[in-house]
Ligand binder design. Structure first.
Ligand SMILES: *Cc1c(COP(=O)(O)O)cnc(C)c1O
Length: 361
């Protein structure tokens, strides 16, 4: 028997979340953001349930090739554009739309030979200071692109730094609006958090990532129940050991947890080499046979420990849900686990380790 850990990808949840995103902005078109192997869910696996999206947005040219090989003929957007001049040949050949965020990318395109003009998204740095043209240089870039035979339609794009937080998007949205007011072209500004929290900004193309995978972008301000999202990934395993502790006994490396009274603990076949965060200390939520419990002690490479005080019937072989859907309709949001480890749901899903077998559910 293989080690009992596995990840399940829930096609119905992906489809539900996409419908949820669409309902939030019924007039917008939806980019399903599938970078990073569909946030760890598997690009080919996520593609089916998400194929009613209007397009797929990603970073890696190899992932664009995969989508075309799955016979996706609709729009594909390269969110960081091309990384070197010759990538433009692939864009021409596979009809990939691409972001232009710097002068170098425009210069490459200006000398690119193509029969088919490219659909491009010109990116403004409206305050996040990662990628994009400043508001003052944006218009000249737009004008030059418009005059280039290699360019078909130019769309306008920016990305918000604080859409998930109380700070909000007002300043960046105003900077974008001011610099683009009289420019024609479709707009794309919203990620999941902006779509959910600042729906009025949705504009022509929404770029939805994390919401599709069933994580609340603004947890713990709001959770997936608030946004009516469903977890698309379950990580589950089983108890492979049970220990009876006496007061003063410790658990795991560093003896960071000590029992204050007699207690039963379970040892779960899941550790940081499976992608479970080592930063999750004692008290991180976990489901045993669908009942809420907490972890005790440090996460080790292949194992972690749970307090079985509230589940006396649990024993060797009991099902343990690290995140996602548990038995009998139980559920543990990935956001809760991430929060206990001082990180976000995004990081946990993307970090699912290659050694964990993944199944479609
Ligand atoms: C990843 C990404 C998104 C999606 O963000 P979510 O928070 O996952 O919805 C949108 N736009 C850009 C430019 C991105 O890189």
């Amino acid at each position: 028997m293989p080690r009992p850990i596995e990840a399940l990808i829930h096609a119905d949840a992906l489809a539900h979340n996409l419908a949820r995103v669409r309902a939030q902005a019924p007039d917008a078109r939806i980019w399903a953001v599938v970078k990073a192997n569909a946030y760890g869910h598997g690009l080919a696996r996520a593609f089916g349930p998400l194929r009613s999206a209007d397009g797929f947005a990603l970073l890696d040219l190899a992932e664009a090739v995969t989508l075309r090989s799955l016979d996706w003929r609709g729009p594909i957007l390269l969110l960081e554009g091309v990384f070197e001049a010759r990538d433009l040949e692939l864009c021409s050949r596979l009809n990939l739309w691409h972001v232009l965020h710097c002068e170098q990318q425009i210069a490459w395109l200006a000398v690119h030979k193509t029969q088919q003009p490219h659909r491009v998204f010109l990116k403004m740095n409206s305050g996040m200071n990662r990628l994009g043209f400043t508001p003052t240089s944006f218009r000249s870039a737009w004008a030059r692109l418009n005059a280039m035979p290699q360019v078909d339609e130019v769309s306008l794009m920016t990305h918000f730094a604080d859409a998930d937080a109380p700070a909000g998007i007002a300043q960046q949205a105003a900077a974008f609006e001011l610099a683009t007011r009289d420019l024609p072209g479709e707009r794309s500004v919203s990620n999941s958090a902006a779509l959910l929290r600042h729906t009025e900004q949705a504009s022509d193309w929404v770029r939805a990532g994390i919401a599709l995978y069933g994580s609340a972008p603004d947890f713990p301000l709001n959770d997936i129940h608030h946004w009516d999202l469903q977890p698309a990934m379950t990580l589950r395993s089983r108890l492979i050991g049970v220990q009876q502790l006496q007061p003063g006994d410790s658990v795991g490396y560093g003896s960071s947890f000590r029992a204050e009274q007699p207690m039963r603990i379970g040892i779960v076949a899941c550790g940081y080499a499976d992608g479970y965060p080592r930063h999750c200390g004692s008290g991180t939520p976990v489901l045993v046979d669908g009942r809420r419990c907490v972890t005790v002690g440090r996460v080790s490479m292949d194992m972690l420990a749970v307090d079985l005080s509230t589940v006396p019937a649990a024993d060797l072989g009991s099902e343990v849900t690290l995140w996602g859907r548990g038995p009998n309709g139980s559920l543990l949001a990935i956001d809760e686990v991430a929060h206990a480890g001082g990180t976000i749901g995004y990081e946990l899903m993307c970090a699912l380790a290659a050694r964990v077998p993944v199944h479609q559910a």
